[in-house]
Design a protein. Structure first.
Length: 527
């Protein structure tokens, strides 16, 4: 379902999408005629939410909410972000977390600021590598470890194809200075500055090289921002452990068919050729992407015994009952961003899309030659979200599934873009997914079977790395405990500073400010 968004986001229409008429009923006395562009779009943000937002019945009336009040910010985008945030807040739903300044799930983006290489509708202009596999940065994913007032930035992933990879940057490098500025004493106050420095065309990083807990030589390296193509597969290998052959895959994002399908197919063909008996899938840095790609991965993993329902998508009653008439204003686009027509009529998201549960139920359809795996361990973190969680949840009724790492993000919600003003794509929380056992609702995240902190100084795929070492132990029937794990420790010295080796102590985002979080549906079924 998530995949339809890509086509939508890239659309460039010659005409402005018509603004919706006010609802036929409800308290809308304050919605007076206006020609003010900002007021019209603020109205649209709220009126669409009243009909299509997953928690729409919890929203106030137009007159109680007054969407036009959000008009004093320095830019229209900030006005609309403030409006969307307060719509979410007024719902009191899982999309709102007290103390946060952004919704947990819903987004709005200005499509004119998108990655210049992108053709997909992907929220968040900070995206480093988009869901088409296009990078436009220096190629470093970073995460802080420590506490808000004493932390160190560690490189956790180097994007394939990037300048950072070409210049030899490795996971586990500790960064203490960026463009001559020291960081490490006030993360909540410094996060945006860190991002701003990394977003520049040239970035000089300084710090220390680490490998397997050991601090090595200092480094001072200048990286250059560039456009590049990047594989979503970070690492794949087969590990022999006792009588088991364990296939390990570190997968970065559920990118589109062109970027992911062949890469994943090659990995699982190799696993099958090497007679893999068990799987470890590393999704600790995977915030989601296209549902269609998530479904592809599920069908590559699942044994042939997995049949019947994989998962279902649940839209709100207004959409299911075909009462969300506002969606008549959203043209239905094809994969080339062209408006679709049927018998000379422009198709739209009201008349031509099926939002019923029956129409959005998806089933297993085995792919590939890896047919008999029944045990799988997923490596997860607070950055594991959405489409990643969908994969885990869909396989739980069909396989022996274990989780190692940290509690996941908690996003059983998907979306597709709604275009406003021919410029802004709004990704409202639109539907919830549940597996064949009707299990879902993991809004607070999935709790791991083995909880432990990450040590970024070990490479992904290293059998001594804490998460992978624990997973191998579980597959060999070792007890599920987090103690005495190789590659896991409580503190680390970086230069002259000692930090807590933990990345769960921060209120501000702990990723590189770039990673996509979400499930995009791009496979709408017609009525």
């Amino acid at each position: 379902m998530l995949f339809i968004m890509m086509a939508l986001g890239a659309c460039k229409k010659s005409k402005v999408t018509p603004e919706p008429d006010p609802p036929a009923s409800g308290s809308n006395v304050k919605q007076t005629p206006t020609t003010n562009r900002t007021e019209l779009t603020n109205d649209s943000l709220f009126l669409y939410a009243q009909q299509i937002y997953y928690w729409n019945t919890a929203l106030p009336s137009y007159d109680d909410y007054v969407p036009r009040q959000y008009n004093t910010a320095s830019t229209d985008l900030i006005n609309y972000e403030n409006n969307l945030f307060n719509i979410v807040k007024s719902s009191g739903s899982a999309d709102y977390i007290a103390g946060n300044s952004d919704p947990k799930y819903s987004y709005i983006e200005d499509i004119t600021t998108r990655n210049p290489a992108a053709v997909s509708a992907v929220p968040n202009s900070r995206l480093s590598v988009d869901l088409d596999g296009n990078g436009n940065d220096t190629g470093v994913m970073w995460i802080p470890f420590g506490t808000n007032n004493s932390y160190t930035i560690f490189v956790t992933v180097v994007y394939p194809g990037s300048d950072a990879e070409a210049k030899g940057v490795k996971r586990g490098w500790a960064i203490t200075k960026i463009n001559g500025r020291s960081f490490g004493t006030n993360y909540n106050g410094e996060y945006n500055a860190i991002y701003d420095e990394f977003a520049k065309s040239s970035v000089t990083i300084e710090g220390y090289k680490f490998s397997n807990d050991v601090q090595g030589e200092a480094f001072n390296l200048t990286l250059t921002k560039k456009s590049y193509s990047s594989s979503p597969v970070y690492v794949s290998k087969v590990i022999t452990s006792g009588s088991k052959k364990i296939g390990y895959l570190a997968y970065g994002r559920f990118s589109n068919e062109n970027n992911s399908f062949t890469a994943l197919g090659n990995v699982f063909s190799s696993f099958a050729a090497q007679n893999v008996t068990d799987l470890v899938v590393d999704l600790r840095y995977n915030g989601g992407g296209y549902i269609s790609t998530a479904e592809r991965l599920i069908n590559l993993i699942a044994p042939t015994t997995a049949t019947g329902v994989m998962y279902k998508e649940y839209y709100n009653a207004t959409l299911r009952d075909q009462k969300a008439t506002i969606m008549k204003n959203q043209p239905l686009l094809d994969d080339n961003d062209k408006v679709r027509y049927k018998n000379g009529r422009m198709m739209n998201y009201f008349d031509d899309i099926d939002y019923t549960v029956a129409g959005n139920t998806y089933s297993f359809s085995k792919i590939g030659n890896l047919t008999g795996v029944s045990n799988i361990v997923f490596l997860v973190s607070r950055n594991t979200a959405s489409a990643s969680e969908l994969v885990i949840n869909s396989l739980k009724p069909k396989m022996n599934v274990k989780l190692v790492g940290q509690t996941t993000y908690g996003k059983p919600i998907g979306f597709f873009p709604v275009r406003l003003q021919n410029r802004y794509d709004v990704f409202y929380s639109l539907f919830e997914t549940k597996n064949s056992a009707d299990q879902g609702g993991y809004f607070s995240g999935m709790v791991p079977d083995a909880a432990l902190s990450e040590n970024p100084t070990y490479q992904l795929g290293d059998e001594k790395e804490a998460y992978l070492a624990k997973a191998i132990g579980l597959l060999n029937s070792a007890a599920i405990t987090s103690s005495n794990t190789v590659g896991s420790k409580a503190v680390m010295s970086v230069g002259s500073k000692t930090i807590a080796l933990d990345n769960q102590n921060f209120n501000a985002p702990v990723g590189d400010g770039a990673s996509f979080v979400g499930m995009i549906e791009n496979r709408h079924k017609g009525r």
